[in-house]
Design a protein. Structure first.
Length: 238
């Protein structure tokens, strides 16, 4: 069976001329195809298969590292300088930088940004590293990026809902579970004393995180970051 491959910027289209394939696959089919170290999104429309390189992969190059460093620096400024600390409660929006690192650069880069920001922040403030709070910082960069494939191909409304749900889910595990556990187990706070306040903090801060993340994700910054770090596919013929 002959296959012709044509590349249009970032998309590779493969035509299958066999008539039986057209009849049996006249409806839309979507799937995920794994080839070697690459994952390719496979869509079929009336006999035409469209394969697009997965955009959720982290591309490790100098530009990726530069953007990661900038996001870590912004996170540190927002969480260690422009922050209100009230004992067990910290009011800041620095985690938005880690969320965007995951959405823009992939879950690995997001997790690394969260880890580095927490460790460097502890040294800046003279705190001992709390492993559970470090895990919570890593989750802010990992979970939204892992959930991104569920809404990445939807419209603007679908992406907005998906981002908000992913931020809320991440906030539940990161803030209410791991951070609270770190405060209780390692810093000696009473669970019943701090939990009501942490619930109020969660209810107030998560909508702010969602709004900021959505606004920045749909801004021109996203195209600049993603378009800069992702390599251009070379022209190939199959």
């Amino acid at each position: 069976m002959k296959r012709k491959a044509r590349k249009s910027e970032r998309r590779l289209t493969i035509y299958f001329p066999h008539p039986l394939l057209h009849v049996r696959t006249s409806h839309n089919v979507e799937g995920l195809l794994f080839i070697g170290n690459y994952s390719i999104i496979l869509k079929h429309y009336g006999g035409v298969f469209i394969m697009q390189k997965n955009s959720y992969k982290t591309y490790w190059n100098v530009k990726t590292l530069v953007f990661m460093a900038l996001l870590v620096a912004m996170h540190l400024v927002l969480t260690r300088v422009l922050v209100v600390e009230l004992g067990a409660y910290r009011i800041s929006v620095g985690s938005v930088c880690t969320i965007l690192a995951g959405l823009w650069l992939g879950p690995v880069a997001g997790g690394v940004c969260g880890f580095c920001a927490d460790i460097i922040g502890c040294f800046m403030k003279g705190y001992a590293v709390n492993p559970l709070i470090t895990v919570a910082a890593v989750l802010w960069g990992v979970l939204p990026a892992l959930l991104k494939p569920l809404f990445a191909n939807k419209g603007r409304t679908g992406k907005t809902v998906g981002i908000c749900i992913s931020v809320a889910v991440t906030g539940f595990f990161s803030s209410l579970v791991f951070t609270t556990a770190g405060l209780v187990l390692f810093l000696g706070y009473n669970f019943y004393a701090i939990m009501p306040g942490r619930l109020v903090q969660f209810v107030i801060m998560i909508p702010i995180y969602c709004v900021l993340t959505v606004l920045l994700y749909f801004s021109p910054v996203t195209s600049m970051v993603v378009g800069t770090v992702a390599p251009v596919l070379s022209k190939k013929t199959v």
